[in-house]
Design a protein around this ligand. Sequence first.
Ligand code: SAH
Ligand code: SF4
Length: 342
Amino acid sequence: MEKMILSKLSYEELIDYILSIGEKKFRAEQIFSWIWKKNARCFDDMTDVKKELRTFLNGNCKILDCKIKTRQISSDGTLKYLIEYKDGLYAEAVLMRFDNRSNLSICVSSQVGCKMGCKFCATGKNGFKRNLEAYEIVSQILLVQNDTNLKITNVVFMGQGEPLDNFENVKKAILLINKNLQISIRRLTISTCGIVPKIYELAKNELTPTLAVSLHSANHQTREKIMPVEKKYHIDELKKALLDYNKETKDRITIEYILIGSLNDTKECALELIRFLEGIKCNINLIPYNPVLDDNNFTRPQKKDMMKFKYLLEASGKKVTIRLERGADIDAACGQLAGKAL
Ligand code: SAH
Ligand code: SF4
């Protein structure tokens, strides 16, 4: 008989299950707390659960049904985990250690591969394999917490996949992260390439995370060349959705903008971006293009162009940060996740 995966169950479902095997409700509370709050790796870690029940759980249940295949450590302390799912597919999770020790951010994958086909992204180049279920997304956090014995405080959906193309599962994962892992919704960020109707839906969700939008160009023609999604959802439509998100959530949006040498890093591009952002409450995150394997079409921007671009945006009154590159030496930086086993 297939084993029951306990991390799949909501709190209420776990209670039902524990009652159905003839145990008392407080046992479910104990087990829930061990899985979601106390980082239990196995049932024998659950020391206050009576031996007889632990033996039953060992025989009939599992906490998770995926595992860490490899762990790579970057020279800057970033950890990249390759997670193996039950069907043998892989997706990455990246743990970013910042100097500020009270903040520990994980970047999670929402799909194996991606359908969106952005020209600059390693994930997009490999095509799409499948959606990850909510518990499979959240398992990435549990596995990394188990491995490091550290409590994760911030979650960003910036690994493999387009979260809003797997919306139902991602919505459930947001709930699990907030309710079960007790991570504040303010510390959760969903990054999207711009699936317009889903941005409207997310604005109406019970929990509204910080929205990050991969814009990369404010010019329709240029954006279309590098991001096929622009053919379906024009940036003018995207702007309306962003204004709506601002209005509904009262939160600032993060605008992500990869700077690619000569393609979108000129003064004209900056001015066009400033015009596009008029009226949108946002911060801007500039990301120097990370070279993706076998890719000679795009180049990194020159430092001086990057600084000029940043200056122009700041002069327009926006807050701009240049994303610190993390883990590039182990292909863990933005756009470098391709689900490769070593
Ligand atoms: N699909 C979502 C989230 C995953 S991608 C999205 O596109 O937003 C996470 C971020 O990495 C996005 O902003 C994406 O545009 C960026 N990215 C992809 N390839 C990159 C590359 N080669 N260099 C720098 N950033 C890249
Ligand atoms: Fe998919 Fe995001 Fe990569 Fe585009 S940048 S291909 S949407 S993962």
